[in-house]
Write a protein that binds this ligand. Sequence first.
Ligand code: SAM
Length: 399
Amino acid sequence: MDIARARYLVSAAGREALAAVPASLDARDPLRLATELRKAYPPAEASALAEQLSLRARAAGRGIEGVLLTTHGLEMMTHPVVAARRAARLAGAGLPVVDLTCGLGGDLRPVAALVARAAGLERDPVTAILAAANVPGALVASGDAGHPPFAVGGAAVVLDPSRREGGPRRFDPGAFSPPWHTAVTLAEEARVAVLKTAPGIEDRHIPDAAEAEFVQLGRSMREAALWFGEGSRGGLRRAVLLPGDVELTSDAAECAGEPVPPGAVVFDPESCVTRAGLVRHLGALLGARLMDEQVAYLTAPETAFHPMAATFAVLEVIPFGVARLRQRLRERGWRPAEVRRRAFPVEPEELLRMLGRPEGDPVTLLCTTLRGARTVFIARRVEPPLKGRTAAVENCSGV
Ligand SMILES: C[S@@+](CC[C@H](N)C(=O)[O-])C[C@H]1O[C@@H](n2cnc3c(N)ncnc32)[C@H](O)[C@@H]1O
């Protein structure tokens, strides 16, 4: 998008035109949409409106209705559920908040709704124009986070550096803008700061001064957020599962480290737990232990539930072998409806293909390597009793 288009979209004429587009126009067909709009608007305005409508259709259901979008800005925008949680913590600091890489305002919007003074900085002028319109409650300027045009001392600072396009999901300190070391320095100098980064960040890249939280929304790992300054504690690790705001921190007790043989129940922790390095902490809450120090599956003699783990009743444990597994499934009349794996070389889809998709009662295969031996748990998912689904942990006798 160019500056002229952005200026049109934030103008009174652009806003009125966007609001007036009939809902009957199908935004999923951009070409037809642009043709229809050209009947009522000059070509440049028609294509600006068509672009917004198709981006809004793509963002539908994400809770960002009415926000002006660019393709890139939408891809990089923090999910509103994640942003709302971050904004609440920032507001709790009682300081003005400055978002030094505000993008289209995904983080800044909920902040501005909660604090009296909020400001955003954005290097890309087009994005800055749209952000100013998206967050009328904040002062938004165009500029470089390394040289902010306003004072950030005494503020709570937000940094969400962009990653090189097409870059790997895993953490690469060379791939950020502003550069990683600039972002960390800015964060360490602020009274309060949060630096958002890839969930795959390794421990060695997390500054000692930072408290790190690993945030998951539904089944999807969203980010690692590093908190600095007042109200945070260097070295603390936190797993966060949204929505529902379930948290587990490294302050919790850990289960004993010595691995145990498989019991009647196996637990598969959510990614936020494994990323945060809190599997043993979760084990203590579940009354469970590891079966192998290198594998995040936990086991226990009895069923227990926690929102951060899937609970499985073990039907059989067998050494891995395709022919053996296929035969056992046939004998028992079981159909592998789901395959999960940890420290296991075969892709789930590939294993299902090799097994020939037998028919029968649905079971889950948990494939792993325990003390060097490839092992398969044939298991059945156990859901918590309805009354207990909101409780953090519930123990039930028997399986
Ligand atoms: C990941 S996006 C931020 C998304 C934002 N948190 C949101 O939820 O909408 C990063 C933004 O930082 C901007 N940016 C990159 N380098 C910058 C710099 N040196 N100074 C200011 N902004 C920068 C990019 O243009 C991009 O819009």
